[in-house]
Design a protein around this ligand. Structure first.
Ligand SMILES: [Fe+2]
Length: 445
């Protein structure tokens, strides 16, 4: 969507600047430099690049200890019609390469990779050459990763510049609020990106996906995407075909939901990502992650809240999910969003209504029974106020008045999963202190 307007604007700015300095002839070559510099429009403090492609971005496989997928697509005639090369390696990006022909979108699978290793890679698509990016493979099943950093983003609600121009409600606020957190997200530099649904505001608007990949370009180029859809995707993109076009995942979900429900294990953590996925699939998947794919800890992720105590509380879906978690064990953490608040329960067993197995609020031994249910804040805005409840481990937080936005940072080591939630003042630029932190200790490996 920017391809028509942004280059014109860039040329205009450069021509104007050059005319002002009287050095037009001397620097005229600059105007013919291919678009490798990220110059684009600025929307409410967020700069959108105008590069001629989306990506590269990283996608998981079922065997992340030996393979990974790299996705990208041209957004201009010259990149849509271009062939190219993806080069990668352990010491430098130039050790191996995969050549590809021109097509509308690319998902390249790199195979026979070394386990538990950091790779560098560079994409060349037509005359565009990317910076050097990196990814990390998982250790082999049964082994644990030394350190994996994960960004937790729920209810991102990416909007597009066109919606700001048309004064659509909330569109400008999206850019403003994302702008507050942008530098922190890039500084944290996650290895994996948990995208918990409502990634875009309307699932049929491809320009919102386009914006997402532009403002999150560097993050997505260096972090494996681990997404699920939310109601803002499936509400308008009924069969989730547009969603799955951007986020093709391993096809190991239940029949009929394979483009939105899936799982994989990375460094001993099993990620169960689902829109639906209940009953027999859920049971079998938990067992499979533990018994065949080497997961000592399972994290379940879905969009709708499972347990929640808030003014718009509905406790959706707890029955039939929690009892499976209880029966199968091993599901230590269930993440969700949708209501745009932060809230974390004590470890719970379902038992009809939820019963805490401990009052401990910050550190949980590996033999702690029950599942912690955590709802993450939205990157866009908050509209639900949490309520005090004895089953909530973070009562009273955040303690400041007013609404907030935010996201989570998780760091996984062989010993523990450490989860931290950060929020931003809804109307200011201050990053508040971490509002919640807890540690899940892993079994002795
Ligand atoms: Fe939602």
């Amino acid at each position: 969507m920017d391809s028509l307007t942004a280059p014109t604007r860039r040329s205009f700015l450069k021509t104007t600047a050059l005319a002002a300095t009287g050095l037009g002839l001397l620097y005229s070559d600059l105007l013919r430099v291919p678009a490798v510099a990220a110059e684009g429009k600025e929307v409410a403090g967020v700069k959108l690049d105008d590069l001629p492609l989306l990506g590269p971005y990283l996608l998981p496989t079922e065997t992340p200890f030996e393979s990974i997928r790299v996705a990208f697509r041209g957004t201009e005639e010259k990149t849509r019609g271009a062939a190219g090369v993806l080069s990668y390696g352990l010491k430098t990006a130039g050790e191996k390469e995969v050549a590809f022909n021109a097509t509308d979108k690319h998902v390249l699978e790199l195979k026979d990779l070394a386990a538990d290793a950091e790779y560098q890679y560079v994409l060349q698509l037509g005359d565009y050459k990317s910076p050097v990016y990196r990814f990390r493979t998982s250790p082999k099943p049964g082994a644990r990763a030394q350190k994996t950093k994960l960004g937790l983003f729920f209810d991102f609600h990416c909007h597009a510049p066109k919606e700001v121009e048309q004064n659509e409600k909330g569109a400008e606020n999206f850019f403003k609020h994302y702008g507050y957190a942008m530098a922190d997200i890039k500084k944290f530099a996650p290895d994996m990106l948990i995208l918990g649904g409502d990634i875009v505001d309307e699932g049929i608007r491809r320009e919102e996906y386009d914006t997402f990949f532009r403002i999150m370009r560097d993050v997505c180029a260096n972090a494996i995407a681990v997404p699920i859809p939310g109601n803002h995707e499936w509400g308008t993109d009924k069969d989730l075909s547009i969603y799955a076009d951007y986020w093709p995942m391993p096809q190991n979900g239940p029949e009929g939901d394979k483009n939105n429900t899936w799982s994989f294990a990375y460094g001993g953590i099993g990620w169960q990502m689902r829109k639906n996925g209940s009953g027999d699939w859920l049971k079998a998947n938990i067992r499979d992650l533990k018994e065949k794919r080497g997961a000592d800890t399972i994290v379940d992720v879905q969009h709708y809240q499972v347990y929640q105590w808030a003014e718009k509380s509905t406790d959706l879906g707890k029955k039939g999910v929690c009892d499976v978690f209880d029966a199968e064990g091993g599901v230590r953490l269930c993440l969700f969003g949708h209501r745009h608040i932060h809230q974390r329960s004590l470890p719970l067993l379902y038992e009809g209504n939820g019963k805490a197995t401990t009052k401990e609020k910050s550190e949980y031994a590996p033999d702690t029974k029950g599942t912690i249910y955590m709802q993450s804040p939205s990157m866009w805005y908050q509209y639900t106020q949490p309520l005090e409840n004895p089953l909530v481990a973070c009562n009273g937080k955040p303690s400041f008045a007013g609404s907030y936005t935010g996201y989570g940072e998780m760091t996984i080591t062989p010993e523990a999963l450490v989860s931290e939630t950060y929020v931003y003042d809804g109307s200011g630029k201050s990053r508040h202190d971490r509002i919640d932190q807890f540690k899940l200790l892993r079994s002795k490996g």
